[in-house]
Design a binder for this molecule. Structure first.
Ligand code: SF4
Length: 365
């Protein structure tokens, strides 16, 4: 069995830790790129959302490297994601490519027995004893939490760094170095080392950088290629950013969902404007916008793929929040036709607006 999984932010790092720990071959698709999107667009229905197309590109590029099995997380509500697995299986049948899918759905949807049998399809290929398999899983979760923490810290500290570009340089070399070992314990050691390095980055506490919350559809905000590397660009501009939705957040949220204790703060914050789930993470987007304003951020940028149903609902609500709370929010829609120049111009104009608002407030006081 040669396993692959679509790219979803830093998940590839945790997936490598897991499969190295289990002793199962993991074929990582090339990092998301234009070619993957072109291949994906060629095989996908035109009107389907961007994540689907990029995922198809990932699978085909991974098949070329020898992958025969895809692991895919299950649905997150009444949007197209719930149909991804079925549509992707049908597509590969139709084009005659032999690819086995293992869909990891929530036990509330498929039952514990079925979930166990699907997980068993993976674990039976590991020669490690059960106890070591559990250890591999625990270490993979630790890797995921660490890389998400490091990324969050780097994105926020970039606004305060004394040596311009230091946080970005550390983040990039961390992601590179952690892939250079096949030992999950070493991966954890490397990540802890980088966490310490970030903690000792020289910062200027008197700086008061522009702070922007990144909100919107989970795939698009987590996967840098799909958002034209917006967080990297904001680091270059010396802007501090915060994004609550991460792969580790997603795992915690999914595990807690059956108890209804998941993301309470976000749900509470959203309740005045949107009290029910609308699929995807539409409700979270609203809650995060409210929280960002409360936490003193200067503004928020919502990013979502063209035609994303849950985020269209959120987009319709965000202007009310913006008006009521005097909080600037910009929405950016991305698809395979999005041009970088126009995208960058809008981001720069938004930063300009936030800076001018700051100056106006200062001159009035
Ligand atoms: S949340 Fe939006 S982009 Fe993501 S699968 Fe659902 S409809 Fe598509």
């Amino acid at each position: 069995m040669k396993i692959t999984a679509p790219h979803l932010g830093n998940v590839y790092i945790a997936a490598k830790a897991l499969f190295d720990g289990l002793g199962i071959e993991y074929i990582m698709p090339p990092m998301n790129n234009k070619e993957a999107l072109e291949i994906g667009s060629l095989y996908s229905p035109e009107e389907i959302c961007l994540p689907y197309k990029i995922m198809i590109g990932n699978y085909i590029q991974a098949i070329e490297k020898g992958a025969d099995t895809v692991i895919l997380p299950g649905s997150c509500g009444p949007c197209r994601f719930g149909k991804y697995a079925e549509m992707q299986m049908n597509l590969f049948n139709k084009i005659g490519k032999d690819l086995n899918f293992i869909v990891i759905d929530a036990p509330t949807d498929i039952g514990i027995k079925e979930l166990y049998s699907r997980v068993n399809q993976i674990s039976k290929n590991s020669r490690r004893r059960k106890i070591r398999q559990v250890g591999a899983l625990i270490r993979a979760v630790k890797v995921m939490n660490l890389i998400d923490e490091i990324e969050e810290k780097a994105h926020y500290l970039a606004g305060y760094e004394v040596i311009k570009g230091e946080c970005k340089r550390l983040l990039n070399s961390c992601k590179r170095d952690v892939l250079n070992t096949n030992n999950p314990r070493d991966m954890i050691g490397i990540l802890e080392e980088y966490k310490r390095k970030l903690d000792s980055v020289k910062i200027d506490k008197d700086k008061n950088p522009i702070k922007i919350a990144i909100i919107g559809e989970i795939y698009t905000i987590i996967e840098p290629f799909s958002n034209l590397y917006i967080e990297d660009k904001l680091m270059d501009y010396g802007v501090s950013t915060k994004r609550r939705l991460t792969p580790s957040w997603w795992v915690k949220d999914t595990l807690l969902k059956p108890t209804k204790l998941n993301s309470l703060e976000i749900k509470r914050s959203a309740s005045k404007y949107l009290s029910i789930g609308v699929g995807g993470h539409g409700r979270e987007c609203i809650g995060e916008a409210v929280l960002a304003q409360k936490e003193g951020f200067d503004g928020a940028i919502q990013i979502f793929p063209l035609g994303c149903m849950p985020e269209i609902v959120s987009k319709a609500i965000l202007p009310t929040i913006s008006k009521e709370k005097d909080f600037p929010i910009m929405s950016l829609v991305v698809d395979e036709m999005t041009g970088e120049a126009g995208f960058v111009t809008r981001v720069e104009a938004f930063i300009d607006l936030l800076e001018r608002r700051r100056k106006n407030v200062l001159s009035r006081s």
